[in-house]
Design a protein around this ligand. Structure first.
Ligand code: UDP
Ligand code: MG
Length: 316
């Protein structure tokens, strides 16, 4: 019988954790009862350096019931790093992991279908939300735009899939060899390969607490996703450079022609326009190149992606 680990990153979630932890436990117990998973299956919380009572809640949960365990990061490292820490921790004992948010937004019933897909031979099962009615207008539109934009810019990700997914330990062992510090897991998992499938679910609204992903962080996630996965923006700059060079060539030709005709007094406006436009393009291009150099800088440092400071008793 397979051992399942639910990996759940939590950051300042004391409001919602008492409610959702009960739901998660119920699910695991049901699955064990129906002989779908081994009774050694666990719920692994990753406290991403919370500043509130989250770690205390995790600790008391683990004392209450063996199904709960937790690790605590030494400081807040963000959702992606916390998730990776949990997955790497779970990989040691689990045959299969499912990562899920702790706010109860992801429909827990999809787990059954994910496990069925796994039994059918899929090593990765993506949870894909089939509508976005529960999100606010801004979040919905920006998310939609995000996936389209990512596709255009060459980052291969599954449409409308966030980080609710089943991953087998086989895949995690390979994922471990992806050493990048700029993490964007939903783009990295497809790169690992193996057989995958999708399971559709409806995403609810948060049970309590509030989102950690306002527009600003969404934009930075999107930007990080693109520059971590693809070099297409750099290629686009090159193409743009070639195009503009061709145009300037025509421009030069044209200006010489006009000069020879002796009509070169006015022309200040066109000059200014060209200077403005070209310098703008140059600025953007430099910025994008700088972004990649910044990434390289961070990668060459090879800093640890997370540091575990504590574990619950039953995890050691
Ligand atoms: N999270 C985390 N570290 C952070 C921010 C968020 O571990 O720095 C966790 C959070 O506790 C939740 C999940 O990541 O379980 C998703 O966050 P949230 O629900 O705020 O994002 P949204 O669902 O609104 O996109
Ligand atoms: Mg959420």
């Amino acid at each position: 019988m397979k051992i399942l680990y639910l990996v759940i990153p939590c950051y300042n979630e004391m409001e919602v954790l008492p409610t959702t932890s009960r739901i998660f436990r119920k699910k695991i117990e049901d699955l064990v009862e129906n002989h779908k998973i081994s009774e050694q299956s666990k719920i692994l919380f990753v406290d991403d350096g919370s500043k509130d009572d989250t770690w205390n809640i995790i600790q008391s949960l683990s004392e209450e019931n063996d199904v709960f365990s937790g690790i605590r990061l030494s400081r807040n490292r963000g959702h992606q790093n916390a998730l990776l820490a949990g997955l790497m921790e779970a990989k040691e004992d689990a045959d299969v992991t499912i990562s899920i948010d702790c706010d109860g937004q992801d429909d827990i019933e999809a787990i059954d279908r994910m496990l069925e897909e796994y039994d059918g031979g899929s090593e990765v099962v993506y949870g894909v939300r089939n509508d976005r009615q529960t999100d606010g207008f801004l979040k919905r539109e920006s998310a939609q735009l995000f996936y389209r934009f990512m596709k255009v810019l060459g980052a291969d990700i599954v449409y409308n899939h966030a980080d609710y997914r089943l991953v087998s330990s086989k895949v995690l062992n390979e994922l471990e060899n992806f050493k990048e510090v700029n993490l964007f897991l939903r783009g990295m998992v497809p790169l690992v390969g193996f057989r995958s499938s999708c399971v559709y679910y409806e995403r609810k609204s948060r049970m309590a607490g509030k989102t950690h992903y306002p527009l600003k962080r969404m934009l930075s996630l999107a930007f990080n996703g693109i520059t971590s996965l693809s070099i297409r923006p750099l290629q686009m700059i090159t193409c743009m450079g070639i195009l503009i060079s061709l145009l300037s060539f025509i421009g030069v030709f044209w200006s010489i022609l006009v000069y020879l005709q002796g009509k070169t007094v006015s022309g200040w406006a066109s000059m200014t326009c060209i200077v403005c436009f070209v310098s703008g393009v140059q600025m953007i291009s430099l910025g994008i190149i700088g972004e990649y150099i910044g990434k390289m800088y961070l990668e060459t440092k090879q800093r640890p992606r997370y540091i575990i400071s504590e574990k619950t008793e039953n995890k050691e």
